[in-house]
Ligand binder design. Structure first.
Ligand SMILES: C[S@@+](CC[C@H](N)C(=O)[O-])C[C@H]1O[C@@H](n2cnc3c(N)ncnc32)[C@H](O)[C@@H]1O
Length: 307
């Protein structure tokens, strides 16, 4: 297939990772292979890249794109929640840098049978990997109204979650993406802001199906263990629900004592493992947003392993 996915903050990623010839890097979200290719270019000669993606189709698509780098690249179809196991099994540790570019790719959105898009008819699936058990259909058709409302509120930040959940339950069973999108639009009376009325509900379902926040939290800790001294951790997120755990994790790891403020004497023995490189967040330039509108919500955070 054609790679539709345009990597965001590409130059900034290579700079943040401080990619150097002969370096070893892990791309935890290979997707269309854009960031992986740029890392391999910048680390040549002698660089190596281990690339993971939970989606077998993403790995299949990236293989021909990265083929020219031969033995410098190793692609593994695995969830980044297994990061440490995969790296250890591949003898790929310590490393100079690790990248997470979160969420889904434009390629996945355009693969109509996957159910990620509310603009194309497809079964309610939304799994990154067919090995996962939970599908969007099970959530939509089996969860209680209250569970649905909570999920759409928590993972979609959708203020109309109760109305949406109520109408979903009234119209069940729902089989396809377009049926769901119609019900959501009806629930909010076709109210249209800048976003399609189903955007947040679809985001919530995708995040729940793929346990995105849980997997991210688990992988961040593993990434720190894999970085050598001075190694860089770079995370690109696309909305506050993804960015919040990243910010919390980096802030915590950059601190010494993490005892609650009311504790009179430190009992945690916590030592900082990371130094924050970007004080705030790095955002795409106006020029990048103009050429790649998907980049407009991207936020990059960078930290360096210190102990
Ligand atoms: C935004 S895309 C990455 C795009 C890529 N950086 C590029 O340049 O084309 C995110 C990718 O991460 C993958 N992904 C999301 N969560 C994952 C997880 N927990 N483990 C492994 N891959 C994951 C998705 O399948 C998707 O292919």
């Amino acid at each position: 297939m054609n790679q539709l996915h345009e990597p965001v903050l590409l130059k900034e990623t290579i700079e943040a990772l401080q990619v150097q010839p002969g370096g070893r890097y892990i791309d935890c979200t290979v997707g269309g292979g854009g960031h992986s290719a740029a890392i391999l270019e910048a680390s040549s000669p002698g660089g190596q890249l281990l690339g993971l993606d939970a989606d077998p189709q993403a790995i299949l698509n990236a293989k021909p794109i990265l083929k020219q780098y031969g033995k410098s690249v190793l692609l593994v179809n695995e969830n980044f929640s297994q990061l440490e196991v995969v790296s250890t099994e591949c003898g790929f540790r310590p490393v100079h840098g690790i990248l997470f570019d979160l969420g889904m790719s434009s390629n996945q959105l355009s693969e109509h049978g996957r159910g990620f898009s509310f603009q194309h008819e497809a079964p309610l699936d939304m799994r990154f990997s067919p090995d996962q058990e939970l599908t969007a259909s099970q959530i939509i058709n089996d969860f209680s109204e209250n569970e649905l409302a909570m999920l759409i509120w928590n993972l979609g930040e959708e203020r109309r979650s109760r109305k949406i959940a109520k109408l979903i339950v009234k119209n069940r069973p729902l089989q396809t993406t377009l049926e769901l999108a119609q019900v959501v639009s009806k629930a909010v009376n076709g109210e249209r802001g800048k976003l399609h009325p189903a955007t947040k509900t679809f985001q919530a379902l995708r995040m729940a199906v793929n346990r995105e926040i849980e997997n991210l939290r688990s992988a961040l800790g593993q990434a720190v263990n894999l970085l050598g001294f001075g190694g860089r951790l770079v995370v690109i997120s696309f909305h506050s629900l993804e960015d919040r755990p990243v910010k919390e994790f980096l802030t915590r790891e950059a601190r010494g004592c993490i005892c609650p403020p009311e504790t009179p004497v430190c009992i945690c023995d916590h030592t900082p493992t990371l130094r924050l490189i970007s004080k705030g967040i790095i955002r795409p330039s106006a020029q990048e947003i103009a050429t790649n509108p998907r980049s407009r919500s991207a936020k990059m955070r960078v930290a360096e392993r210190i102990s």
